[in-house]
Design a binder for this molecule. Structure first.
Ligand code: ATP
Ligand code: MG
Length: 622
């Protein structure tokens, strides 16, 4: 695939109007943000009049804000067009039937807004569009020659988020770029996936955002091979685990770490014991900490056993003795167990990562069993669970357990533990898996020590595999004339969240500091008074810059200079040219992100500012 980049696209942004007089535009700024706005982007978007709230999680982009919103979309569009993705536009309201076909009608949960039309048919306000894409593309797909099919939309989504917050960062209605691909095989899917990854890096660079691509959990979407594009942020919803040595970065939901050698109570590596495991009396000692004190040892010597209840488990359990009687439910090509229990073992000083566990079990949901359920499985009061002699649930052992020796576990009996337990000798787990919650301080496989950061997800790419193409019955004739099913990828970026994140990354105590590629206008011209000489010079600059293709806002309002300066700084125009009679024939040029202004002859100002704007755009686009 050849990539043709439009060399001037970064400069001549195709807006209908490149210039604007402040008196004609809706500049409505606020001194204070409403109390509910607690982060900079939310406060400044409201204060600068870029957005207005219509309802909880529902925001309107006002004319100035919409310019930036459109610019963000256009940068995304240009870079996706450059990798050969084709833009299409499905409807936002889609038939509920396609969600029933894929099996997500139920599993998407209450975040999906459903409605009935006048014929009482189920409808969905798209929270995402895998189903729509699949249902549309399967209509015309007949031959391998048509693959890959790589289309994207930039379109409205609705998710009935429980807690919309931080303004447009987590809204209910928002704009998403969502791309989807159908590919003939894994190799082709990987190529499309890599193209998106490359385009994403260019998109975020052009927007002026530093992103960290991290390995991610693919959650309810299913499938494997997924990366999230995160920005570091104190208000981030995600935790990133990062290795300073090799650059490994992963969402804490997915991160894995190197093995560490378990130590005994003397701080020496645990060694195998030849003693038989034996019960000891531990009256009323239930927690690992109590037990450590009681036995004068450390949590590293305990095997912690947690009973989990998992829903819609697609892992094949036909060889689990206690589940022999269970029949999985078959829905299309999916086979799953609606509700099963597992005993999950992990070294006493570590914690279970439930997202990793759910991924391993291929479960839609997992939670700790209730006390009652726990007692049923372990035949003992809560606190005495252990893997030795456990028959009522399969044991999933974390990797950490298999390196342990001479350890302590619950004995499935009130006030009793076993000592001298040897994994593999005294119990054999049903499966060994990596379900450890990785924490800062844990080791990377390169030897580095992890640290963690808070991050916010701006974009996501995943390899979905056959989840939708199988359940929704997409087929084509392959090279040999045989019926085949394509594999699928999906790729998303949140436009609103990106816009808010640019503000999070670029602001000061006066307001927003837009990057050149995203400012509603690149230059603000502020005459101290829009009258006489000052008006003449300001108008000339306005005309010259407009002719040069620069986007200019001229503040012709009859306001005090201080008010105008504050507004221009709050809205965040990257360059301000101040025309004051005291300085004429010079004018003052102030770059928003620099502390000092410069005086230059008015006759040179337009050319200087034009060069500056174009250089900034070129740097972002490099
Ligand atoms: P999150 O974990 O933040 O809820 P997600 O993983 O559910 O997001 P995806 O389904 O991957 O989101 O959607 C792709 C992109 O859409 C996200 O990377 C994010 O930028 C954006 N996005 C998702 N939910 C919202 C929302 N409620 N408001 C604004 N943007 C959103
Ligand atoms: Mg995501």
């Amino acid at each position: 695939m050849t990539i043709v980049r439009n060399a001037c696209s970064q400069v001549s942004f195709s807006l209908q109007y490149n210039n604007m007089k402040a008196s004609q535009s809706m500049i409505i700024t606020l001194r204070e943000a409403p109390a509910e706005a607690v982060i900079a982007s939310h406060q400044y978007m409201l204060r600068a009049g870029l957005i207005r709230k219509l309802g909880n999680g529902l925001y309107t982009y006002m004319p100035l804000g919409l310019r930036t919103f459109n610019k963000v979309q256009n940068i995304i569009r240009e870079e996706l067009n450059a990798i050969g993705a084709l833009e299409f536009k499905p409807t936002v309201i889609v038939p509920g039937d396609i969600w029933k076909e894929s099996g997500r009608w139920e599993t998407m949960g209450p975040q999906m807004l459903k409605a009935k039309n006048r014929q009482e048919q189920d409808m969905v306000v798209s929270p995402t569009a895998e189903e729509a894409y699949t249902a549309i593309m399967r209509q015309d797909l007949t031959s391998y020659k048509q693959l890959p099919i790589n289309c994207y939309q930039i379109n409205t989504k609705y998710r009935d988020e429980i807690r919309p917050r931080y303004g447009v960062m987590r809204g209910r209605e928002f704009m998403m770029m969502d791309g989807y691909s159908l590919n003939a095989d894994d190799e082709s899917l990987d190529q499309t996936y890599q193209l998106y990854a490359k385009a994403y890096l260019r998109i975020f660079k052009r927007l002026g955002l530093k992103v960290i691509p991290v390995k991610a959990d693919s959650g309810a979407m299913g499938g494997n091979g997924s990366e999230e594009f995160m920005v570091e942020s104190e208000i981030g919803d995600d935790t990133l685990i990062i290795c300073p040595e090799c650059g490994y970065a992963a969402n804490a939901e997915k991160a894995s770490c190197a093995k560490d050698i378990p130590l005994n109570s003397e701080g020496k590596p645990q060694t195998a014991t030849s003693e038989k495991y034996a019960p000891i009396s531990t009256p009323d000692v239930k927690t690992i900490d109590d037990l450590s004190k009681f036995l004068k040892t450390t949590p590293q010597c305990f095997i912690k056993t947690l009973i989990y209840k998992a829903k819609n488990v697609a892992l094949d359990l036909s060889d689990v003795p206690c589940y022999k009687y269970l029949k999985p439910i078959t829905e299309g090509t999916n086979k799953f167990y609606p509700e099963v229990f597992f005993a999950v073992c992990i070294r006493g000083d570590l914690d279970v990562n439930e997202a990793k566990l759910a991924g391993f079990l291929k479960a839609s949901e997992i939670e700790l069993a209730s006390d009652e359920e726990d007692e049923k499985i372990t035949t003992a009061p809560v606190g005495f669970a252990g893997p030795v002699n456990l028959v009522n649930a399969p044991v999933i052992a974390d990797l950490s357990v298999m390196d342990m020796h001479d350890c302590v576990t619950g004995a499935l009996k009130k006030d009793t533990h076993f000592i001298h337990v040897e994994p593999n000798r005294d119990f054999t787990p049903y499966k060994v898996a990596d379900v450890r919650l990785v924490k800062p301080g844990d080791k990377c496989s390169c030897g580095g020590t992890y640290y963690s950061k808070k991050g916010n997800e701006l974009g996501h790419i995943f390899k979905l595999g056959y989840k939708y193409t199988k359940s929704m019955n997409v087929t084509y004739l392959d090279k040999n004339g045989k019926m085949a099913t394509p594999t699928m990828g999906c790729y998303g970026i949140g436009v609103d969240r990106v816009m808010a994140s640019i503000i999070e990354a670029h602001h000061d105590d006066k307001g927003i500091m837009w990057t050149m590629s995203t400012a509603p206008y690149q230059v603000a011209i502020v005459p101290i008074k829009y009258d006489g000489n000052m008006k003449e010079v300001a108008d000339k600059l306005y005309d010259d810059l407009t002719k040069a293709g620069i986007e200019v806002m001229l503040d012709d309002r009859n306001e005090r200079p201080g008010v105008k300066f504050n507004d221009m700084d709050l809205i965040g125009f990257p360059v301000r040219i101040t025309v004051g009679d005291k300085n004429l024939p010079n004018v003052e040029i102030k770059v928003r992100s620099e502390p000092e202004a410069k005086l230059i002859p008015a006759t040179e100002a337009a050319a200087k500012v034009e060069d500056f704007v174009k250089k900034e755009l070129a740097d972002l686009n490099a």
